[in-house]
Write a protein that binds this ligand. Structure first.
Ligand code: GCU
Length: 645
């Protein structure tokens, strides 16, 4: 099923639409019409049934679960006339897997790739008054796509799914995110790229702006004119403890008039790998969190702000500070919330289940590189996004595998040199990790290996982490580990598939991971149960490895994590304080050197005491550990309120 892709991405489309003095964004979400089938309905649908957008059609339309399209959507809307100095585009947050669009019968273009935005110019097609937008969406799977489908079994995990996908989530299809009519100045601001580098007492912000017209561009940060490179003080940096957001305003003036304006809410922070540590704002940080799918009953993969808010606040409530967007880029509003709540995000491309064989390999590699470029273009200004994951569990049983993964890693570094890069692997001994800055390890001791045996599972994990530590001087994030727990399933002693077993295994493996200096993060698989294709090991076509059920009710493990992670946060602070005090004890006290006679010596506390914090800004220790991670505490709410002000 082909899609013509002659207008993949006009300029500036990755600037999020906004409405201001010079720009408008008309949200076309709501109830559309849809028809499954494939006749040429580009001029309008003869009939059709209602469907909600954003949303997958699979769980909305009775009987359409396994129908991967094509589906034709129609939306009628009124639009004000454009002036000669304006242009218009229809922007899709996500059309999965590929789409073409027509406005008033005129073809606007198409896009391939289900999880990233695209905008199609419609300046000439747009009419004042009623407009008819028609979109053809295909969800079919195939070897020439990313993620691929219909993959030869020697290039899969050996599990058989229906629909025939090599990955463990349902291949939902549809218009999964907002659709907007975007009106902008013809000669305006095309792009804004932020770059933050470390500085001894804070950071330096650089801004690269792209405009398509003449005129003078001015920048202001929180209302103050700035001329980058601009120094940002420590207290104004973004971190999980203090997710400070700033308002960057770019204005383009032409012939003394305001021609265009763009307002960006942004956090300023630095992130880097240092030896086997991951540093945020120059300080070691530990990631605690989950792999998270965008998945909910009825919505399917449809984005909804209430769902994203619920998930990320629950993460915060558990004491988590991080998640991976498994196995595809998440919705932009989810990242707005992550920026506000101070959550650290590993942003993953849709390259899950890659294999490096067959005639479609070059096309898959070209798509993987293009989706990576689109992801970086969309999320590069995000404080919450701290690393790129260029693939999940690629099959490494081919000589070309390591080089092609290397190409993806190098491409990510070339596109954005300010974040570490890696890919999630379940094959830690396979070649390829030389290309990664940070090792993302998926490992299932106690489930797929050593089933039911907790001790063996913990030591197996320990062995793998030690081996990685010996082979690579790189930090490791355990990006997946866990166990399926059917909600309400109980056993004493704990047995597989029960909540008790999941709780016990997670606690055991977290403990083990905590013993390894090279481990800088633990992401439990998964945040919540999610839909998969049909398979013999997937009862009810669900993966039950969530610590929350699919409708976000907590399992036993969620409660235990809240205790552990609140505890762990304290432990981490004390551990770091001990390490810092030790370092300080060895370093001569500067005050001693130039103390003037009679001047008071600043107060110092024995190693491990918490008082130090008052003297030294630290990446995560502004407030008491429990407080810093409970978003519902007053000051956090204030911070969020500040951010929204
Ligand atoms: C894999 C994979 C996940 C999957 C998980 C599981 O590691 O990356 O997508 O859901 O295992 O089997 O539960």
């Amino acid at each position: 099923m082909t899609v013509n892709l002659d207008h993949p991405m006009p300029d500036g489309a990755h600037l999020r639409p906004q409405t201001n003095a010079r720009r408008t964004a008309l949200d076309l979400s709501g109830v559309w019409l849809v028809r499954l089938g494939d006749r040429d309905w580009s001029r309008g649908l003869p009939g059709g049934i209602p469907v909600g957008v954003p949303g997958s059609w699979n769980d909305q339309l009775p009987g359409a679960r396994d129908d991967l399209g094509p589906a034709w959507y129609e939306r009628r809307f009124e639009a004000p006339p454009l002036t000669a100095r304006q242009e218009a585009a229809i922007r899709f947050g996500s059309a999965c897997y590929a789409a073409e669009a027509w406005l008033n019968g005129r073809r606007l273009g198409g896009h391939e790739g289900g999880h990233l935005p695209f905008a199609l110019d419609c300046t000439d097609a747009l009419r004042a008054g009623e407009n008819v937008l028609v979109v053809r969406v295909v969800g079919q799977i195939g070897r020439d796509r990313v993620p691929p489908g219909l993959v030869p079994s020697e290039h899969t995990h050996g599990r058989v799914f229906h629909p025939d996908v090599p990955f463990d989530f349902f291949p939902y299809a549809g218009l999964h995110r907002r659709v907007e009519l975007v009106v902008t100045p013809r000669d305006g601001i095309r792009d804004l790229r932020l770059r933050t580098t470390g500085a001894p007492d804070g950071a330096v912000l650089e801004v690269a702006a792209e405009t398509s017209g003449e005129g003078a561009l001015t920048l202001a940060l929180d209302g103050q004119p700035v001329t980058p490179p601009h120094h940002v003080a420590w207290d104004d940096l973004w971190s999980p403890a203090s997710p400070r957001l700033h308002t960057l305003t770019a204005e383009l003036h032409q012939r003394g008039e305001l021609a265009d304006r763009y307002v960006l809410r942004c956090g300023i922070r630095t992130v880097e790998v240092s030896g086997q540590e991951l540093h945020l704002n120059g300080r070691p940080i530990q990631l605690r969190g989950f792999g998270r799918h965008e998945d909910f009953p009825v919505l399917g993969r449809g984005a909804h702000p209430a769902l994203a808010t619920r998930d990320l606040l629950l993460m915060r409530q558990l004491g988590a500070n991080s998640f991976r967007t498994a196995h595809y880029p998440c919705d932009e509003e989810t990242l707005d919330i992550a920026d506000q709540l101070g959550l650290l995000v590993i942003a993953e491309t849709p390259a899950v289940g890659l294999y490096f064989d067959g005639q479609d390999l070059p096309r898959r590699q070209e798509l993987a590189l293009r989706f990576l470029a689109e992801l970086v273009a969309r999320d590069r200004n995000r404080a919450s996004v701290i690393a790129w994951s260029v693939a999940n569990e690629p099959r490494m049983n081919h000589p070309a595998a390591a080089a092609m993964l290397g190409e993806l890693c190098d491409s990510a570094r070339a596109l954005d040199g300010t974040r570490p890069v890696g890919y999630a692997t379940d094959l830690p001994d396979a070649a390829g990790l030389e290309s990664a800055d940070i090792i993302f390890l998926n490992s299932y001791p106690g489930w797929y290996r050593h089933p039911g045996r907790l001790d063996e599972a913990a030591s197996a994990l320990g062995g793998t982490l030690d081996r990685l530590g010996r082979s690579w001087r790189k930090p490791v994030v355990l990006t997946e580990f866990g166990a399926d727990a059917i909600p309400g399933g109980h056993a004493d002693p704990p047995a597989m598939w029960t909540e008790e077993y999941q709780e016990a295994l997670l606690e055991r493996l977290l403990e083990e991971a905590g013993r390894h200096e090279n481990v800088v993060g633990t992401h439990i698989w998964a945040f919540a149960d999610f839909a998969t294709a049909q398979a013999d090991h997937r009862p009810l076509s669900l993966n039950f490895k969530g610590v929350f059920t699919r409708d976000r009710r907590p399992k036993l493990a969620a409660r235990r994590l809240a205790e552990l992670w609140a505890g762990r946060a304290v432990e981490e602070v004390l551990h770091r304080e001990r390490r810092r005090a030790e370092r300080d004890r060895l370093r001569p006290e500067p005050a001693e050197l130039d103390r003037r006679p009679g001047e008071r010596v600043p107060q110092r506390v024995a190693p491990g005491g918490l008082a130090d914090r008052r003297q030294q800004p630290a990446a995560e220790q502004q407030a008491s550990p429990a407080a810093q991670d409970d978003p519902l505490r007053a000051e956090q709410v204030d911070q969020v309120a500040d951010a929204d002000a």
